[in-house]
Design a protein around this ligand. Structure first.
Ligand code: F6R
Length: 259
């Protein structure tokens, strides 16, 4: 795992945007795992501004609320359409979001896993992190080997996501269809982006704490190619900052990305 700390949210977002742009240019048919949420809005805005073609890319989103259809303005399919897909030349037939409106969720989950396999697996998985440590909607106690399935959301997550539902946590669906922690760990590369003070405590637990299913993001410590990109605020609980900064300032792989 590598931790890269940038001075503010815009710099953290721009770094992730550069990493993804570079990947899409060097591998135009790459398979991207995508996330939603407030943190990603700035990132998608930046990506959509790049002179970049998504024409040959395939995408798989992490999750979708159970019970929402693709055309529901609160669905993650709608979010993706609004923040990224409609602003790029991506071929919508190559975009995938779990089907939270399926009558058979088990089947929809297994179809999703198969579609990822059929695409050759995920090249780069983008992640945010919830305040209870979830990646995707893998709430505390999600098995580290879990696969795509429907999952009950924690009250913390429903409160955190209430903004999209008129500020009322009760209106946030109580379940979601989400890639499992194991599905996420199968990606060949993982990039987690977190910004803001509200993420400081959970970033410290996920990165420097023990690997535990109580903090799903801590499972990323097992991944051989995972980058965690944070701003100063989200990094404020980390103990090993001197070393993380030294790596960014000195390792040749980061030379193109240093200001
Ligand atoms: C969304 C997702 C979630 C979010 C996380 C952070 O697809 O998978 O794990 O990334 O809840 O959300 P924000 O960025 O709104 O704090």
């Amino acid at each position: 795992m590598e931790i890269i700390i940038r001075p503010d949210a815009s710099a953290a977002v721009e770094l992730v945007s550069s990493l993804l742009s570079q990947r899409i240019r060097s591998q135009p048919d790459c398979v991207l795992g995508l996330a939603t949420g407030r943190t990603m809005e700035q990132l998608y805005e930046s990506l959509a501004r790049q002179p970049l073609s998504f024409r040959q890319c395939s995408t798989f989103n992490l999750d979708e609320y159970v019970g929402l259809t693709a055309d529901d303005p609160q669905s993650y399919r709608h979010y993706m359409q609004q923040h990224l897909f409609s602003k790029t030349d991506i071929d919508l037939r190559n975009t995938h979001v779990p089907d939270g409106s399926a009558s058979d969720l088990k089947q929809a989950a297994s179809d999703y896993e198969q579609a990822i396999q059929a695409a050759g697996g995920i090249d780069v998985q983008l992640l945010g992190i919830g305040e209870a440590g979830h990646i995707g909607f893998n709430e505390p106690l999600s098995a580290i080997m879990s696969r795509t399935r429907d999952k009950c959301l924690t009250p913390t997550t429903r409160r955190q996501n209430a903004g999209m539902f008129g500020g009322d946590a009760e209106r946030v669906p109580s379940r979601a269809l989400t890639m499992g922690v194991g599905t996420i760990l199968d990606a060949r590369e993982i990039i987690l982006l977190a910004t803001g003070k509200a993420k400081a405590a959970i970033i410290a637990q996920a990165v420097e704490g023990p690997i535990t299913s109580m903090v799903s993001a801590s499972a990323l410590q097992l991944h051989p190619n995972c980058k965690v990109i944070v701003d100063d605020d989200a990094a404020s609980g980390l103990q090993g900052r001197e070393y993380y900064d030294f790596v960014f300032d000195n390792e040749p792989e980061w030379a193109d990305f240093r200001p």
